[in-house]
Design a binder for this molecule. Structure first.
Ligand code: ATP
Length: 354
């Protein structure tokens, strides 16, 4: 198992900084997701690790050694791209064992290794098929098997699921995760899909505009987001602008108690985070932490109903489980309650404070 460390790794394209000095440790044997919106620099970071781009400054260390002098083809890193990039003129087994052929491995060993890998990704009976005869999910598995052929030290995947439909994507996320855990291979997955990152990763690196906003487990990132950007990028979030009272938050005329206050001093502008599943709705006003609201939108999500309200403190979304509140209609007047133990105060960003 290999660990990989980025030390102030930076990438500039002309005067544009695609990745600001990044300090990151990818733990041996773990799956780390690089997550962020389009253009935030995650692919550039992955390409620098792969050796397809050179950092402008900083170092990338593999097991304590700077890998800068090692060209991409000599880094033993398996890569899976969004497009899978399989060779259509080769059959499935030949695709899987291609890198072994280039490395001069004998035909018999290549065949045995390809079969072993195809069994691993549940395609043991497809070795002789042509690529064009496979479904999207099967092609993705071939791409994974091919990347594993040379027993890579690090496994790098760039948006590996984006060509798959939602159901297949879900299945493949689970399969890939199980495979990664079984092999114990240090893995980095680039994705812009927060659900994908949450469901697969041991650790998530959230990026925005070339900067690392937060690194943590899925639970930490969801329950303890570092700022409003992370909170809104991971799951649904109610973010209400207010002012810290030292122990709680003032939202216009309303004052809320907040358990996770974050040490903000009285008078500091803050953003209040409340997840929609924590909001409670009632016809009468709750004793504390309540806001009156008017229903503006109702949506059934199967396991829950999403109810949107306009309140004096801003737009609020509540997620109510089961069929409860089936009678709620647009225009109804309700009260939203924000339980103190579910609330967090986050720093107010410059644009929010304005
Ligand atoms: P996406 O999910 O859309 O692929 P990303 O987060 O992976 O986005 P990158 O591909 O890393 O983002 O790109 C980061 C920024 O760097 C973008 O603004 C992009 O236009 C820019 N960029 C990437 N490669 C180059 C290049 N070779 N020359 C100039 N600018 C580049």
């Amino acid at each position: 198992m290999s660990d990989l460390v980025l030390e102030r790794t930076r990438k500039e394209f002309g005067s544009f900084v695609a990745v600001h000095d990044a300090n990151l440790t990818f733990e041996a044997g773990k799956l780390t997701a690089l997550l962020g919106p389009s253009g935030c620099g995650k692919t550039t970071l992955l390409r620098m690790i792969a050796g397809l781009e050179s950092p402008t400054s900083g170092r990338i260390m593999l097991n304590g050694k700077d890998i800068a002098p090692i060209p991409a083809e000599r880094r033993k890193f398996g890569m899976v791209f969004q497009s899978f990039a399989l060779f259509p003129h080769l059959n499935v087994a030949q695709n899987v064992s291609y890198s072994l052929r280039i490395a001069g491995v004998s035909a018999a060993t290549r065949r045995a290794r390809a079969q072993e890998l195809l069994e691993l990704v549940q395609l043991g009976d497809k070795g002789r098929n042509r690529i064009g005869e496979l479904s999207g999910g099967q092609r993705q598995r071939v791409a994974i098997a091919r990347a594993l052929a040379q027993e890579p030290e690090i496994f790098l995947l760039d948006e590996p699921m984006s060509a798959l439909d939602a159901k297949l994507r879900n299945d493949m996320q689970m399969e890939l995760r199980l495979l990664q855990q079984r092999l114990g291979i240090t893995t980095i997955v680039v994705t812009h899909d927060q659900r994908e990152a949450m469901s697969m990763a041991d650790r998530i690196v959230v990026m925005s505009h070339g900067r690392i906003e937060q690194v943590g487990t899925p639970q930490e990132i969801y329950h303890r987001p570092a700022n409003a950007f992370v909170a809104s990028f991971i799951g649904n979030a109610n973010l209400l602008k207010g002012v810290s009272t030292g122990r709680g938050v003032q939202l216009g005329a309303a004052e809320f108690a907040v358990h996770h206050h974050g040490g903000f001093g009285a008078g500091e502008p803050v953003t209040l985070l409340c997840r929609p599943e924590a909001v409670r709705l009632s016809e009468g006003a709750p004793a504390t932490n309540g806001l009156p609201g008017r229903v503006t939108f109702v949506r059934d999500e199967g396991v829950a109903r999403e109810i949107h309200l306009d309140t004096p403190a801003g737009h609020v979304t509540a997620e109510i489980p089961g069929s409860f509140n089936e009678t709620v209609r647009i225009g109804d007047r309700l009260h939203a309650e924000f339980p103190a133990e579910t609330l967090y105060l986050l720093p107010s960003t410059a644009s929010e404070a304005a």
